[in-house]
Design a protein around this ligand. Structure first.
Ligand SMILES: Cc1ncc(C[n+]2csc(CCOP(=O)(O)OP(=O)(O)O)c2C)c(N)n1
Ligand SMILES: [Mg+2]
Length: 598
């Protein structure tokens, strides 16, 4: 009989003697942690030694930033904590970018940062830096273990706060505090239910909605995080209201639903934009209405300036922050939708009188946008036409369409921040939540691939697909090693256009094509690199191969195969993201006159 496996998952109950390492690991167990991402380091080796017997898998990654993004993807896919850990100093500073990304994705990631020893702190020894200030603005809470006897208490608090405040927390542990004897109890996780919001504000919102002629719902990431899609559907159906997804949250309402009209924001749906432009009341459900999510697009300045806005967000600081609102409801998206439905059901709703008209408008706008997308096979600006004229490569939009058509059921898709990934916003539709994992507000290149690896660990039964530009791929492909070594089979679709395209677009539009640092010449064959690293790799240069290649790669995941599909695409480029933030160049010094706008 194997007594080891029999005893290892029993909870440790009551106050007792243990080492701080045991207290730390047992608190992870109590919090339900099954997977931890990181790179091995002496700083926490005493705790790491316990992981196998505690039933915790340590996923050894290629770079800590990748490990941090994996924890983020894991948290976003599962709704549970993602956990990452690294060596003090350089291992920990490698977590900065991934933690900032998790902060803006509202992901409950616990970033465990062992620190230099307490007896040498400040003496400038080895691998020392002040680890709390670095993370102070990109975490919701920082726990510093100031005494080894508090290891269990502070570890538990870092976990509780991550879920409570929906964002990353830091657990900073001087490395010598893993050793010694302590007396302590393992703190069980806190479970705090969120409410629907204030009675009065819900009543006011229901009154406003009952009188609305053209209500439109904008579903944000909060709907996904609250597991509130069914409740959003109920509210939408009651009002027969069109529903838009907030920017990069295309999984916040099912695309298969007749009331869905697509995402707002950069490269979003014209149907969604035209419908929200007509709204007299907008229900912003679980969205902070981030400033870039409603920027004009496709020459449409669609945000309805005179509409009344009901904003529902679990974080009170987000209410009325970016847009002026009529009613702010501090509540959980799911609970608030339920509370509104309860108030509206059986009430006379003004918008029901024009239900048929609104349904017809919705259907015709959706139809028009689909028809436009269908014929929008390539970009039509002069530069795009010029570079694609004699190219034997595929048009990015056509590739994106083929990928959409071949997308397997229940797929999880992460997207990076380049031009082609951004254009994919028009082509990514989902039936269920926790399916889209875009590099949201932090917008760092190199996000998508490691993030999808984390989602696959959390949901191994679902196909996991990353969309990545070739520039971003150069930053992140090292994590193929993690997939191969740890047997985490995902699919990476790499758009090879030989350039940092999104930034090149700015050179084209604002800097008279004076290209500096935007061409990715002399790239290796990314499919050959994948094969050399022990993964499958295919170069695709025929449109008819795109869909079959995606289907095959997605189904090969169930045989444990990680695949890179390198899509050879032209250098054409879609509309830029930040046209709002750039200006034509002014030059005063004669030396630079040649670069002034003419
Ligand atoms: C870490 C990081 N560095 C730089 C940038 C600036 N940036 C935004 S998009 C982009 C180009 C992306 O190129 P690629 O990944 O090849 O995709 P493409 O635009 O060509 O489709 C760059 C450099 C960024 N967002 N993040
Ligand atoms: Mg590129």
């Amino acid at each position: 009989m194997n007594t080891m496996t029999e005893t290892r998952n029993l909870p440790v109950v009551g106050k007792q003697k243990m080492t701080p390492s045991e207290a730390f690991v047992e608190t992870l167990v109590a919090q339900g942690v099954k997977d931890v991402f990181g790179i091995v380091g002496s700083a926490y080796m005493d705790a790491l030694d316990l992981f196998p017997l505690a039933g915790i898998r340590f996923i050894s990654v290629a770079h800590e930033q990748g490990g941090g993004h994996m924890a983020d993807g894991y948290a976003r896919a599962s709704g549970r904590h993602g956990v990452c850990i690294a060596q003090n100093g350089p291992g920990v500073t490698n977590f900065v970018t991934s933690t900032a990304a998790a902060y803006w994705a509202h992901s409950p990631v616990v970033v465990v940062t062992p620190e230099t020893g307490s007896m040498t702190l400040g003496l400038g020894g080895f691998q020392e830096t002040e680890q709390l200030p670095i993370f102070s603005r990109i975490t919701k809470y920082q726990a510093h273990v100031n005494n080894k006897a508090r290891m269990a208490e502070l570890t538990a608090r870092a976990f509780d706060r991550a879920l409570l405040q929906m964002g990353p927390t830091q657990l900073n542990i001087p490395r010598d505090f893993f050793y010694g004897d302590i007396e302590c109890e393992i703190t069980p996780p806190l479970s705090i239910e969120r409410g629907a919001g204030g009675e009065q504000s819900l009543n006011d919102a229901a009154e406003l909605l009952a009188a609305a002629q053209f209500p439109v719902i904008l579903c944000g990431g909060g709907v996904v995080m609250a597991d509130g899609v069914s409740e959003a559907i109920e509210l939408a159906e009651l009002l027969a209201a069109p529903v838009a997804n907030s920017y990069l949250h295309n999984d916040s309402f099912p695309a298969s639903h007749p009331l869905w009209c697509g995402p707002l924001g950069y490269q979003g749906s014209k149907a969604a934009m035209k419908l929200i432009a007509r709204a007299d009341v907008v229900i912003a459900l679980g969205t902070r209405l981030g400033p870039f999510g409603t920027l004009p697009q496709h020459d449409l300045d669609y945000w309805p300036k005179h509409a009344k806005i009901i904003q529902i967000d679990a974080d009170p600081k987000m209410l009325g922050l970016v847009k002026r609102i009529s009613i702010g409801i501090c509540g959980d998206a799911k609970a608030a939708a339920t509370a509104l439905v309860a108030r509206l059901r059986g009430k006379k709703l003004a918008c029901i009188a024009n239900k048929a008209d609104r349904a017809a408008t919705l259907a015709s706008e959706k139809c028009a946008w689909e028809a436009e997308l269908e014929t929008w096979t390539h970009e039509k600006d002069p530069w795009s036409l010029e570079v694609s004229k004699d190219s034997k490569h595929m048009h990015p939009r056509q590739v994106l369409r083929e990928l959409e058509r071949a997308m397997p059921e229940q797929a999880m898709v992460s997207t990076d921040i380049g031009n082609i990934c951004s254009v994919s916003n028009s082509y990514l539709r989902f039936k269920s939540p926790r399916s889209m994992f875009a590099a949201v507000s932090f917008g760092n290149c190199g996000y998508a691939f490691p993030t999808i690896i984390g989602t696959k660990v959390a949901s191994p039964g679902r196909p996991a697909i990353a969309y990545v530009g070739d520039g971003a791929w150069g930053m992140s492909f090292g994590e193929i090693q993690t997939c191969v070594r740890e047997n985490i089979p995902v699919t990476a679709v790499v758009f090879n256009n030989g350039q940092w395209g999104a930034e090149k677009k700015n050179h084209v539009d604002f800097y008279a094509k004076r290209f500096v640092g935007v061409n990715l010449d002399k790239q290796p064959s990314w499919s050959a690199v994948a094969r050399a690293m022990g993964a499958e790799g295919f170069t695709i240069d025929k449109l008819s191969d795109v869909g079959p290649a995606l289907s095959a790669a997605a189904s090969a995941q169930s045989q444990g195969k990680m695949t890179v599909l390198e899509m050879m695409v032209t250098r054409e480029l879609g509309d830029p993201f930040r046209r709002d933030a750039l200006a034509l160049p002014t030059r005063h010094l004669s030396k630079y006159k040649a670069t002034a706008a003419r």
